[in-house]
Write a protein of this length. Sequence first.
Length: 62
Amino acid sequence: MIDFLVTVAGVVMIVEGIPWFLSPPRMKRMLLGFLGLPDRVLRGMGLLLMLSGLLLVYVVRG
C-alpha cells in the first residue's frame, strides 16, 4: 500500500512539474492571476478538483 501511495505522489509531482519546466514565465503570470480571485472562487476550484480526482479514482479503481 505504501508503495502505491509513494508512486502516486511521484506521478503527481511529475505532472505538476511539467508546466513549470515548459514555461516558467507563463506559470508565474498564472499564479499572479490567482491573487485577484476571491477566496470563494479558489475554494470552489479546489473542491471541484478534489471531487474530480475522487471520481476519477472511483471510475478507474472500481
